[in-house]
Every structure is written in structure tokens, then in C-alpha cells.
Design a protein around this ligand. Sequence first.
Ligand code: C2E
Ligand code: MG
Ligand code: MG
Ligand code: MG
Length: 273
Amino acid sequence: RSKLDGRGTFRFFEPAMDARMQARRQLELDMRHALARREFQLHYQPQMSLASNRLVGCEALIRWRHPERGTVSPLDFIPLAEEIGLIVPIGEWVIRQTCRDAMRWPQPLSVAVNVSPAQFKSDRLVETIVSALSNSGLPAGRLEVEITEGVLLQENDRTLQTLHRLRELGVRVSMDDFGTGYSSLSYLRSFPFDKIKIDRSFVQDMSHKPDGEAIIRAIAGLGKSLGMTTVAEGVETPDQIERIRAEGCTDVQGYLISKPLPADELMTLLAPR
Ligand code: C2E
Ligand code: MG
Ligand code: MG
Ligand code: MG
């Protein structure tokens, strides 16, 4: 927003905006050192199969322990990391650390990493995954890559080639936050995903809106016809889980099962009793 100041000239930066930009610039500077300073951490959120009521996998979710600001949400720094290109080294760390951590689990659960659009386009993704798998010894079949439709937005031959190369390695590919974008359905046509993750907004709507189950039912049916696993995200109540089960989803993830846990707490959860 701009406004005329007393002398009749435009002032483009109001003090509040200036402060916001300064805060942003500082966050950017801090982020450039965060990897070397080991301020990033991965939490893992379990996913449960509704057929067996057993844990089948976990999703790796990054956390930034900022020395002054405390924990910064990925929703606040991932977009910035994308903009300034830092997402490539950060994403690479996520992939390597995830593979190492998953190798130590007492059960061979699958593990999912989120890959954002800029990282996906970076040439290095497939190489990074190949080397992370071989360095850690994690079988490719245990690794899953979650992408949002942002990756397919400027769909081109290279995007599809990357997806197919991952698939050839044996890595599975999931469509994250399904249903929230502009044309989720058409993206399902461009690549045979292994898994659809139903955005948690639909799970939440289920309890508040009449016919709220209709969308979950439709996506579960779609997944079934296409041979894809369907995971409902953000399940928080026993009522939601029963309704999701009734609508035919295969898996669930959410606070009801477990919050995202630091690596050592996950180990405790998975330890044989
Ligand atoms: P996402 O991939 O859709 O991850 C699910 C988000 O929902 C996580 O938020 C998780 O903590 C949250 N969640 C899980 N269960 C529940 C629940 O029952 N209720 C509620 N209210 N929330 C639940 P988080 O960890 O803050 O991550 C937010 C987003 O940041 C992720 O959304 C993903 O898009 C991005 N992200 C996280 N880690 C990474 C990463 O390593 N790389 C990239 N590129 N993106 C990441
Ligand atoms: Mg995800
Ligand atoms: Mg999601
Ligand atoms: Mg999301």
C-alpha cells in the first residue's frame, strides 16, 4: 500500500511494512545458517491402516528450532526457503536424515517425505534420493515422496519423467492435500499415484456440514477404482475415524493416532513391548 506523505510524494513503505520486511530478511539470514547450526529437526507422524489397526508408515515433518524465536512452523519458513532457493539443501537434508532414521526403526514401516515444487524441479532430486537410499541402506520400497499439485501446476515432460524415474527406483509417490487445489482430478490423470492424501479440511467438514461425508466417500471410491491407497489426514476424534472407516478410506493420520513425534519418542512408540 502506498500513500501520499505531507510533501505530496509517495511513500511506498509504511513503517509496519518496513518492520515486516526486516523481520523477513532476518529470518532469511538466520535460515542460511540453520543447517550448519543443526537447528532443523524432523518429527514423524504415524499413519495407521484401518484394515489392520496397525501402524504402516510415518510422515517426516520438519521443525526449525530457532535460537530466539523458538519453534518456527514449516508453514512459515518453507515458502521462504522455496523463494530463496534454500529448499534444495534443506530438502536434501530432510531426505538423508529421514532415510537414516527409518533404518533404525524396529519395524519396517514406510516413511514419507514432503517435496516442494522448487525442490522437485531442481535436477538433483532423483540423484539425492538414489544416494540417500544407498548410503542409509533403506530399501526404496519403504520411501514415499509426497507432492502437492503445485508440482504438477506447470506440468511438463521433465516433471513426469522425474515421477517415472522415482517409480522405477521403487519409491512410492503420493498426492498430498488432495482436493484443495484447482484441478485435483486432472492431476490424477497425469500420473498413476500410489496414494491419495485427503486434505484435513474435508475430514473437519465431515463433523460440521450436512453431507460432509460425501466428499470423503467420493475420494475413497475414486482411490479404490484407481487402485490407490487413500489416507484421511487430520483425524482428531473417534467419531471421525469411525465415519472415515465407514466411507472406505484405507488409512488414517492425525492427532488421534499420534501427534508428530521427535525421532527418539517415535522409537519408544515402536519398540516391542
Ligand atoms: P502436510 O504435508 O499436509 O502435513 C500435515 C500437517 O498437518 C502437519 O503440519 C501436521 O503436523 C498437521 N497435522 C497432522 N495431524 C493433524 C491433526 O489431527 N490436526 C491438525 N490440526 N493438524 C494435523 P506441519 O508439520 O505444521 O506441516 C505443515 C506443512 O509444511 C506440511 O503439510 C507440508 O506441506 C510442509 N512441510 C513439513 N515438513 C516439510 C518438509 O520437510 N519439506 C517440505 N517441502 N515441506 C514440509
Ligand atoms: Mg505431507
Ligand atoms: Mg497434507
Ligand atoms: Mg499441507
